[in-house]
Design a protein around this ligand. Sequence first.
Ligand code: ARG
Ligand code: GLU
Length: 696
Amino acid sequence: MKYLKILLLFFVVQVSAQQGGMWIPSLLEGMNEQEMTSLGSKLTAKDIYDVNNSSLKDAIGHFNGGCTTEIISPKGLILTNHHCGFGQIQSHSSLENDYLKDGFWAMNLNEELPNPGLYVEFIVRIEDVTDKVFVGVTDALTEKEKQSIITKNSNAIQKTVAKESWQKTKVKSFYQGNQYYLFVTERFEDIRLVGAPPTSIGKFGSDTDNWVFPRHTGDFSMFRIYADENNRPAKYSKNNKPYTPKHFLPISLDGVEEGDFTMVFGFPGRTNEYLPAVAIKHITEEYNPTNIAIREAALKVIDAKMKESDAVRIKYASKQARIANAWKKWIGENLGIQKSNAVEKRQEFEADFTKALAEKNLTEKYGNILPEFDRLYKDFAPINIKRRNFIEVFLVTNELMTMTFRAYQFEQAVLKDKKGFNKAKAAIERTLKGIHKNYDVEVDKGVFKNVMPFFNKNADASIYNNTAFTNLTSALALFDGKAKKVLKNLNNDAAYKYAKPMIAEFYNAINAEFGKKNEPIVALQKKYMKALMEALPNARYFPDANSTLRVTYGQVRGYAPRDAVYYNPVSYLDGVIEKYVPGDYEFDVPEKLRELHKTKNYGQYADKNGKVPVCFLGTNHTTGGNSGSPAIDAEGNLIGLNFDRVWEGTMSDMNYDPEICRNIMVDLRYVLFIVDKYAGATHLIDEMKLVHPKKK
Ligand code: ARG
Ligand code: GLU
């Protein structure tokens, strides 16, 4: 009986410990701190976030606004995913120096490669500014009026807040516009590439393994932050020095086991955890399926051509990865939503909410929200799909249409103000150069034929023979000369003539209607959030991800995706070798790595069973943007690098389900093993602080 009680207690703690959530680091005291402790954490809220002393947050950076990175040495060495540094690795690559294929390792500071445009941003402090943002906002105002006051107040706060001259500020909305927080940040702009494994390690398993477990990808790359002579943020300069951070993460060589506490600290991009059932239905039954279909049509062409030619492979590597990544995610999201009956569960929840409204006498105030959502989504669905189809065809998959789209923006800018000609011209030139850096006409034409029918039945590929846009020299020449002549020539271009009416329709009709129908949904979502908190005050509410710094925590855990299948939470190097397919574009394994495995040359990176761990699973609630986030152990050491989620669990963006939602991390011992034994970059290991927290 006593045993049963202990078991039960264990069970309760476990279940409540797996609720998910992405928490604001400055607000962890209380509920979160207690829960983290119950999960095995030894960290206090102040260890994680402290304004007056250095804390973990000082080691966590936003990598180029899209991924996360962490500092791992006193000399500003940072770690992120291979797929986060992919664009930079690609841009330094050529057929002669194929860093994508072979990897890259700077053997000293002089060999580290600068990356114009790349930045890393840190959070100095976070402040609740809700009251100040809402000054002057009253119920009598329309949504538009409210929003304009909020924007004005936010701008004023950003301008007047106390900060150092080199720091930046931003105000961000939380809980769908019910709360506002101010962020004071420091942005470093001299970030140099230090190392990357070959794609056959950093992207091992490619699309086949993307979003799934068991996983064997060494998805990491390393950069270094450089600062000016005062250790402050600065643009690139030869004279800059490696940054001395306020804090860097020690790395544990002891790893983790099932049940161990883990915390993921980073910049999750976007979630929608408080959607009504009707929205989840729209997304999974209408929105995802057309997106999936368009991308599949594009990938059919791109994938085939990349396999045929190395030149095309290098050119299209980033683009293909971007298109394929969301494509596969959406498929998994739909699977998870179906499998977990998320729509029905959300409907049941809504019935409870409605009941709670009645019990609390809130029906009059909030009772119309759910029926209103039903009505609004019915109205919104068709235009949402149409607009998205346009975006997928014109801006995501087909490059010729992207160029005509930018040309249309150029023309509009010039028509509006002739004086803006030079600025608009510079913008279109940048776009054209950017696209042509990695352009192949045959690939793009094939994509056009496959994707255009999703927007316009008349997919006339003959435009490819009569346009200046498919060649950089002739494309640039099109914009040479006086405004009048340029516009005339542009309007005679076959591709432009073909695309222009559709682009005009997008701006004048589609986007306009979308905005009109989306706006009341956004306003209602804000009201719904408020209503939820009032009607069901004891539930746990974390704000949806919005690209701000968050803490999520959980434990190392396997999961059961299907009947009779259970995934262990840890994968090993043995599994890389199991998956090895000689010469395969996804599953080839470099000879050196096979050799290291054969001779068991693992150094200090094997676990207690003598095997090198590669990836592990946890119950941390993560999303896009958490790529590159550190997985931190109970004592604040780095143990893993977040890079993915399991397929059925990607629905956690709308519906976190502790049964099947898992994040995937690379074990830091695999990262160090590759750096040390595979790449021989021991000087990097020497910079780091390696610890043994379990061997005290
Ligand atoms: N799925 C991960 C993420 O969303 C990894 C993506 C890497 N790309 C790939 N095609 N394997 O970013
Ligand atoms: N790979 C994703 C990213 O780039 C993170 C995985 C996820 O979406 O959970 O941010």
